[in-house]
Design a protein around this ligand. Structure first.
Ligand SMILES: Nc1ncnc2c1ncn2[C@@H]1O[C@H](COP(=O)(O)OP(=O)(O)OP(=O)(O)O)[C@@H](O)[C@H]1O
Ligand SMILES: [Mg+2]
Length: 454
C-alpha cells in the first residue's frame, strides 16, 4: 500500500494520525487535526545525540553579520508605502487581509501597475478571478495596470515554478486561500493548506528575493481559517477595513517587522480605483452637520491626527432593554461612557435607544474618543447644538470611571490638526477641565440659545 504524502497532526496535543478525525484520538478535543506534509524519514538520529553528519556551526557576532542595505520598492501608492514603513522590502512576505469586496484586488493591481510603470518586474497570480476579469478591473485603473503580467492559476507547484522562471521583484498572490498544494489532500483554504502554501511561498520569496503580497479573506469576525494562522509566519500583516457600502476604507499594519504598526492610510473607492485621501480631516470637518448630537473628535490614526464627526441619536423606545448601537466606536466603550454620563453628569438615557456613529465609516479604537462620544450623546439628549459659533465643537479625552477627564496620547498633534481646520476652543484634558461635568458645563454653557431645538 502506498504511504500518503501527508499526515494529520493535532494542534493541541501533537497526536499524529494517518486519517482525519473530527475528534482527536489523543486529547479528545474536537476539530483540531490539521493536515501537514509527512516529514522525510530521518534514520540517523539517536536519542539525545547529534544527527548523522551534522556539524556544529560557529556563531557570529551580530555586528559582523553581512547585511547589505536594500532599497525599498515604492508601490507608488503613498498611503500603502507609509503603512508598510516606507515601501516594500525585497524578499519580504506581506499578508493583506480584508473582508470580501473591500478592494484588496484593486489596491494590489494598482500597486503592481505603478511598479511596472517604474520599470520593476512584477507578476500577478490570480486564483480567484480569470485573467479576463482582472483585465476589466485593470481597465478602470489605467494604463499602468494594463501592463501587469498575469497568470491565472491555483496549483501551488505551478505558481512556484512560474516564480522561479520569471523571477519577478514583486508578486501578488490573490488569494492565499484558493491556492492548492498537491501534497495535501485537504480542500484549498483549510488551515493545513493555507499554512503549506504560505510556507512554500515564503521559502521562494527569501531565496529569490521576491517581495510577495498574499491576499487573504477575513470574515467580519476575523475568524475564517486562513489569514489568522499565518500572522506569525509573514513579515507584515496589513488589514484593509471599512464597510463596503461606505466610501472610506482604512489600511492598517497589525504587524510589521520593518516599521511601525501605528500607521494607517485612508482611501476612497472611486471609479478609477482606490484613491488616497490625504486631507481626510478637511472632508470630515466640512461635512460635519452642526446639528444637535454632532461633535468633531480629534482622533489619532497611528501617528497621524484625524478629525472625524461623531453623531449621536437618542430616541425614546418601548424596547426593554433599549438598544445601544455603536458604529465605528467600541460598544463596550459606549456602555462605559453612558454609565459615566448617568452617574457623574446626571444625564441618563435609561429608557431610550442610543445610536452613536462615526462619519464616513471610519473606526476609532482609542479611549481618547470617550469625551467626544459623551458630548455628542449629551447634545442629543438636550437637543442643543454644541459649539455656538460657525464652526463645530471639537473634543478629545478619555473618561475615567469616577467621571474624571484623563490624558490622551499626542494632545499637541490633535490640537494642531484642529487649529489647522479652524476649530478653536477644543475641549480636552488639562485646559482647566478636570472632569466630564466641567467639560459639559463649558460645552452646554456655550451652546447658543437660538440653536436649542427642543
Ligand atoms: N466602477 C466602479 N466604481 C466604483 N467602485 C467600484 C467599481 N467597480 C467595483 N467597485 C468597488 O470595488 C469593490 C471590489 O473591489 P475588489 O475586487 O478589489 O475587492 P476584493 O477585496 O478583491 O474582493 P474579493 O474579496 O471579492 O476578492 C466593490 O465592492 C466595489 O465597491
Ligand atoms: Mg479580489
Amino acid at each position: 500500500m502506498s504511504r500518503s504524502a501527508s499526515i494529520f497532526v493535532c494542534s493541541g496535543c501533537g497526536h499524529e494520525s494517518a486519517k482525519w478525525h473530527g475528534r482527536c484520538p489523543g486529547c479528545e478535543e474536537w476539530d483540531c487535526l490539521v493536515e501537514q506534509p509527512r516529514a522525510p524519514v530521518d534514520r540517523g538520529r539517536g536519542a539525545g545525540g547529534a544527527g548523522r553528519g551534522a556539524r556544529p556551526l560557529v556563531p557570529v557576532a551580530l555586528g559582523q553579520v553581512q547585511a547589505p542595505k536594500v532599497a525599498r520598492l515604492s508601490t507608488g501608492v503613498g498611503e500603502l508605502d507609509r503603512v508598510l514603513g516606507g515601501g516594500l522590502v525585497p524578499g519580504s512576505l506581506v499578508l493583506l487581509g480584508g473582508s470580501p469586496g473591500i478592494g484588496k484586488s484593486t489596491i494590489t493591481t494598482g500597486a503592481l501597475g505603478n511598479l511596472a510603470a517604474a520599470g520593476r518586474r512584477v507578476l500577478y497570480v490570480s486564483g480567484e478571478e480569470s485573467a479576463a476579469q482582472v483585465r476589466l478591473r485593470a481597465e478602470r485603473l489605467g494604463a499602468g495596470a494594463l501592463s501587469v503580467p498575469i497568470v491565472a492559476e491555483t496549483d501551488l507547484d505551478t505558481v512556484v515554478a512560474t516564480l522561479e522562471a520569471e523571477r519577478p521583484e514583486v508578486c501578488v498572490v490573490d488569494s492565499v486561500q484558493v491556492l492548492h498544494a498537491a501534497a495535501l489532500t485537504g480542500a484549498a483554504g483549510s488551515v493545513g493548506q493555507v499554512r503549506e502554501v504560505a510556507g512554500r511561498l515564503m521559502g521562494v520569496a527569501k531565496r529569490l528575493g521576491v517581495a510577495v503580497i498574499l491576499v487573504g479573506h477575513v470574515t467580519k469576525e476575523g475568524a475564517l481559517a486562513g489569514p489568522r494562522v499565518l500572522e506569525h509566519l509573514v513579515d507584515c500583516v496589513l488589514s484593509f477595513e471599512g464597510e463596503r457600502e461606505r466610501t472610506y476604507r482604512t489600511l492598517r499594519a497589525l504587524k510589521n517587522r520593518f516599521g511601525s504598526t501605528n500607521e494607517a492610510g485612508v482611501f476612497e473607492m472611486r471609479d478609477e480605483g482606490l484613491v488616497e485621501v490625504e486631507d481626510a480631516s478637511a472632508r470630515f470637518v466640512a461635512e460635519a452637520t452642526r446639528a444637535p448630537g454632532s461633535v468633531v473628535l480629534c482622533a489619532m490614526e497611528g501617528s497621524r491626527p484625524l478629525l472625524v464627526e461623531v453623531q449621536a441619536l437618542v430616541a425614546p423606545t418601548e424596547l426593554v432593554p433599549p438598544r445601544r448601537m455603536a458604529n465605528g466606536v467600541d460598544r463596550n466603550r459606549l456602555a462605559l461612557v453612558l454609565a459615566v454620563l448617568a452617574r457623574h453628569a446626571g444625564i441618563g438615557v435609561g429608557s431610550a435607544d442610543v445610536f452613536v456613529s462615526l462619519a464616513g465609516g471610519v473606526r476609532v479604537d482609542e479611549p481618547g474618543a470617550d469625551l467626544a462620544v459623551a458630548l455628542a450623546v449629551a447634545s442629543a439628549v438636550k437637543g442643543v447644538t454644541l459649539g455656538g459659533g460657525a464652526r463645530p465643537l471639537a473634543a478629545f479625552g478619555e473618561l475615567g470611571l469616577t467621571g474624571e477627564l484623563r490624558h490622551a496620547a499626542h494632545p499637541d498633534r490633535r490640537l494642531a490638526e484642529a487649529r489647522k481646520f479652524g476649530l478653536e476652543g477644543v475641549l480636552c484634558p488639562g485646559d482647566g477641565l478636570p472632569s466630564l461635568r466641567a467639560a459639559l458645563g463649558r460645552a452646554l454653557g456655550e451652546a447658543s440659545p437660538a440653536a436649542r431645538a427642543a
